[in-house]
Write a protein that binds this ligand. Sequence first.
Ligand SMILES: NC(=O)c1ccc[n+]([C@@H]2O[C@H](COP(=O)([O-])OP(=O)(O)OC[C@H]3O[C@@H](n4cnc5c(N)ncnc54)[C@H](OP(=O)(O)O)[C@@H]3O)[C@@H](O)[C@H]2O)c1
Length: 350
Amino acid sequence: MKIAVYGATGYTAGLVIEELVRRGAEHVPVGRDLSGLRPAFRETAADLRTASLDDPARLAAAFHGCDAVINCVAPFVLHGEPVVRAALAAGVHYVDVTGEQYFIKRVFDVFGEDARRAGVTVMPAATDDGFCGDLLASAVAEQALGGADPAGRTGVIEELTMAHRLVSGGPSRGTMRSALANRDMFASGGLGYADGRWRTGGPARRTHVAFPGDEKPSPVVKFGAPEVIMIPRHVPVRHVEGVTDAALIAALASVTPELVENTPPGPDEERRRAARFTLLAEAVTGDGRRTRGVLEGSDMYGTTAVTAVEAVHRILADTPAAGVRTPGECFPAAAVLDSLAPHGVRWAVE
Ligand SMILES: NC(=O)c1ccc[n+]([C@@H]2O[C@H](COP(=O)([O-])OP(=O)(O)OC[C@H]3O[C@@H](n4cnc5c(N)ncnc54)[C@H](OP(=O)(O)O)[C@@H]3O)[C@@H](O)[C@H]2O)c1
């Protein structure tokens, strides 16, 4: 496979390119100008391509001959959309590493028909939490409602809560830039789903969550988690919300331009490997039955590189229906989550 990486000079893009190389895939670094690209790729014989975001024709041309593009810009709410449009114009599949709810929702709202017409799959938020969280929710729905085929399920989940816990190894500068551009979203708790509508504001329905290994439930607050936007597309559910601990929301909601500038490009390898994440998906059906999925991993940036490349690989291998799609909608949840075990991802549905 030959994969273009837009924003190739960035921290996450570097890890994505390492993962593409590890899997024997050809990569095409694309960035806004050669002054950044050349020093970053001095050691490789890579086919470097340049295109700024305000030149749609050149941007689409930069993706010609590739099977897919992985978009690694930051922030996505400001710079993500031209890359989606260019992928559609070039007729190549599109995957990204965003964690920004409003951007994800916009991609689903705006590009579905264009993607179907172009015959390509667009999959935003193929990250450690977006990709794994959506697949975990799919596995939980399968257990709660029965049937591996989402189309064949009967019944509805009353409430699905996605709880996140992070032990951060330090954010990248691009993550901080994205947090700054989405500060109000994070401060308000982001979007939740209720009876077919998107809601902002208001407290979380769940106030406490029992994370694995804890003696007692911990207090949580509403969190604009990426997979909240994706789950209602393939899981029959009345309410979906993300929650996390108040300290993470306080950190995301208080990012300033000075903090962004003082953040290093990204955590070094030791700090990356010390980082941990836990995702919980808790479903309650109308009869009060509870089903709980737990997923644990480490190194959020390294895992995101793996999940983004895995998403592209699966799109090319499984050829899901064209359109804007989620991982849980397209891929067998258990098999894909199991395939992440060599990268330290463990999961179970209880
Ligand atoms: N789980 C998650 O949610 C998760 C995990 C990993 C990453 N991410 C997200 O991934 C994104 C990238 O993070 P990062 O730390 O890798 O960022 P980064 O190191 O700052 O890289 C950003 C890239 O975007 C490019 N860029 C920025 N503005 C541009 C513009 N106007 N035109 C063209 N290119 C532009 C930069 O190019 P120049 O070098 O030319 O400036 C750079 O290549 C962030 O949004 C982050 O939140 C999310």
